[in-house]
Design a binder for this molecule. Structure first.
Ligand code: G3H
Ligand code: 13P
Ligand code: NA
Ligand code: ZN
Length: 328
């Protein structure tokens, strides 16, 4: 059955675990996540970006998610809009059956300009007011995702601000977070701690100067009852980089967010952990391997099935590590 984000995260807070939110664009990804959730008995957050909605179409996204909630009736499923950038994106998500929306007011609607605090407050508050009237949960974001190594906003992947950002914008301010949550009444708050979207987060294994877990601790002290969200939380595992590169890929060496750091975050109020890149890499590695090793193969199922198995493994690993397993 579809559930609100609020319900799932309240339960996670009560029992001290985190819930990965996986991005979905197609049937294979949705099924991989659900099989992993079934195997580990985990609640599920399926999230669709604006890009996902235009790639698959709103009707397809809606029916894929309704289909799996029918196929897996015992698993709670949240259908979440990832990075909504306006009131209209959030309202059209709600009209299409989403049970949760993110209003990312950290950037202006063009997603290229860092927003003023007043803009973020007003837009997110308005979305929360409307969404709550119909039982839909809201995630807000305060602070801009981006690299503390380069001082640049969310990088190569083309969403988000690409230019230089003031260092202070790359880290959520705990006092401002308290004010923001009180005034917008968001159900969950995404924070900026030096992570960015995509595979190229860090040029080395991150340490405290470039992955600011201390900021999470400070925010959690100010907001012990707010569900915190970590974006850009793929681990970018070495084995997935290696599989891709062993089969014709050319991904430069890179580092993501270690699972151990996320687990530390979960001890400090992080309840939703956004993951897309790891799943993309699992899929791509598996497909590259089949196509590289079996050059006469042309039945898509012959490479999509292994790609689903690889993605399912990533999802199972995260459900186990974050303590989600056994909580459905
Ligand atoms: O926000 C980032 C997610 O990885 C979604 O990416 O906008 O390319 O679908 P996307
Ligand atoms: P990754 O690119 O690290 O998987 O982050 C995904 C994300 O934050 C989606 O909102
Ligand atoms: Na989100
Ligand atoms: Zn994100």
């Amino acid at each position: 059955a579809l559930t609100s984000l609020r319900q799932v995260l309240d339960h996670a807070a009560e029992y001290g675990y985190g819930v990965p939110a996986f991005n979905v664009n197609n049937m294979e990804q949705v099924l991989s996540i659900m099989q992993a959730a079934k195997k580990t008995d985990s609640p599920v957050i399926l999230q669709a970006s604006r890009g996902a909605r235009s790639y698959a179409g709103d009707i397809m996204i809606k029916h894929m998610i309704m289909a799996v909630s029918e196929m897996f009736p015992s698993i709670p499923v949240v259908m979440h809009q990832d990075h909504g950038n306006s009131m209209s994106t959030c309202l059209s998500a709600i009209a299409n059956g989403f049970s949760s929306v993110m209003m990312d007011g950290s950037l202006e609607e063009d997603a290229k300009t860092p927003a003023s605090y007043d803009y973020n407050l007003a837009t997110t508050g308005r979305v929360a007011e409307a969404a709550h009237m119909v039982g839909v949960s809201v995630e807000g974001e305060l602070g801009c995702l981006g690299s503390l190594e380069t001082g640049k906003g969310d990088k190569e992947d083309g969403h988000g601000f690409e230019g230089e950002l003031d260092h202070s914008m790359l880290l959520t301010d705990p006092d401002q977070a308290a004010d923001f949550v009180a005034r917008t009444k968001v159900d969950a708050l995404a924070v900026a701690i030096g992570t960015s979207h995509g595979a190229y987060k860090f040029t080395r294994e991150p340490t405290g100067d470039i992955l600011a877990m201390n900021v999470i601790k400070e925010i959690n002290k100010r907001l012990p009852n707010t569900h915190l969200v970590m974006h850009g939380s793929s681990t970018v595992p070495q084995d997935l980089q290696d599989i891709i590169n062993a089969h014709g890929g050319e991904m430069p060496q890179t580092y993501g967010v270690p699972v151990a750091e996320i687990v530390e975050g979960i001890k400090n109020g992080v309840r939703k952990i956004n993951i897309d890149t790891d799943c993309r890499m699992a899929i791509t590695g598996a497909i590259r391997k089949v196509l590289n090793e079996k050059k006469a193969e042309f039945d898509p199922r012959k490479y999509l099935k292994p790609s689903m198995e690889a993605m399912q493994q990533v999802c199972e690993d995260r459900y186990e590590s974050f303590g989600t397993a056994g909580k459905a």
